[in-house]
Design a protein around this ligand. Structure first.
Ligand code: CP
Ligand code: NVA
Length: 309
């Protein structure tokens, strides 16, 4: 495994499966009160430049359960907020702590942090990717369906960070994925190109369309995310108009398999990208998906912060 988890593509197929297996094991140990304090004496710094409920709490609690310690570092309070270069911050923090989770806007900032740190860096969401979320999604799908390979995922909505990580994560693992986004809101070209490459390599289907109906046909899993991500609040109104028809609702779900799962990374905007009744109907898997952030990330922490785990 690489030193850092900056993008989902940093993980090989075997790395992903290894993380998912470890996550299942850690979940079992957690539920059965079996101690697993493998990171005793280690500290994780958590730099947040954007808001968070799940990511903050799951990393902090995860480190505690692994016997370690987590420090919440708001970028407003760090000297980064007053202009200290990320390169210096990286070198200083590497002397104190054993890993950093960072949530910020720019992927480049995370890459720079990783380049100048001697400790593992974990991307807790950037504008480009959300790899930890997709690991939890894959874990949840496998819990419900027992397999991943060959299943069809449909993602309906914005071609954003979640869509990017999902394209790479699903195709790498041998799943099929259809992405439906309005014109002008497609995933970045580099992700489409990499997706095509992976689907050829794995012999799986990768479809990009502007039709939610086409994407959702016979899907085993239907996934969506907010129309306006953090940092896009000013565009909320214009996006609401552009995304008409891209809502997960009863009518659209009729096209998916009758036992299809619905996932949402949350927070959700009921009545926009998804209706309240669909969230209620699928609340089991949606809130398992949230919980699985904890277990999947604990697996990542162990893999990156403990030698040969
Ligand atoms: N899904 C997710 O990352 O949630 P938070 O923004 O609350 O961390
Ligand atoms: N796409 C969303 C995901 C939130 C977890 C955002 O970036 O705000």
């Amino acid at each position: 495994m690489k030193k850092d988890l900056l993008k989902i593509d940093d993980l090989s197929k075997d790395d992903i499966l290894d993380i998912l297996n470890t996550a299942d094991q850690l979940k079992y140990e957690h539920k059965h009160n079996i101690p697993h304090e493998h990171l005793k004496g280690k500290s994780l710094g958590m730099i947040f430049e954007k808001s968070s409920t799940r990511t903050r709490v799951s990393f902090e609690v995860g480190m505690y359960q692994l016997g370690g310690n987590a420090l919440f570092l708001s970028s407003r309070d760090l000297q980064i907020g007053r202009g200290e270069p990320i390169e210096d911050t990286a070198r200083v923090l590497s002397r104190f702590i054993q890993g950093i989770m960072i949530r910020t806007y720019s992927q480049e900032e995370v890459e720079t942090l990783a380049k100048y740190s001697s400790i593992p860096i974990i991307n807790g969401l950037t504008d480009l990717e959300h790899p930890c979320q997709v690991l939890a999604d894959l874990m949840t799908i496998r819990e419900y369906k027992n397999i991943l390979e060959g299943l069809k995922v449909a993602y309906i909505g914005d071609g954003n960070n979640i869509a990017h990580s999902l394209i790479i994560g699903t195709l790498k693992i041998g799943m099929n994925i259809s992405i439906a986004c309005p014109k002008g809101y497609m995933p970045k070209e580099e992700y489409i190109a990499r997706g095509k490459e992976l689907s050829e390599l794995e012999g799986t289907k990768f479809i990009i369309t502007t039709s939610p109906e086409e994407a959702v046909i016979d899907a085993d899993v239907v996934i969506t995310d907010v129309w306006a991500s953090m940092g896009q609040e000013d565009e909320a109104k214009i996006r609401k108009e552009a995304f008409v028809g891209f809502q997960i609702n009863k009518k659209l779900m009729e096209l998916a398999k009758s036992n299809a799962l619905v996932l949402h990374c949350l927070p959700a905007h009921r009545g926009e990208e998804i209706t309240g009744d669909i969230i209620d109907e699928h609340s089991n898997e949606i809130f398992d998906e949230s919980e699985n952030r904890l277990h999947a990330q604990k697996a990542v922490l162990l893999k990156l912060m403990k030698n040969n785990y």
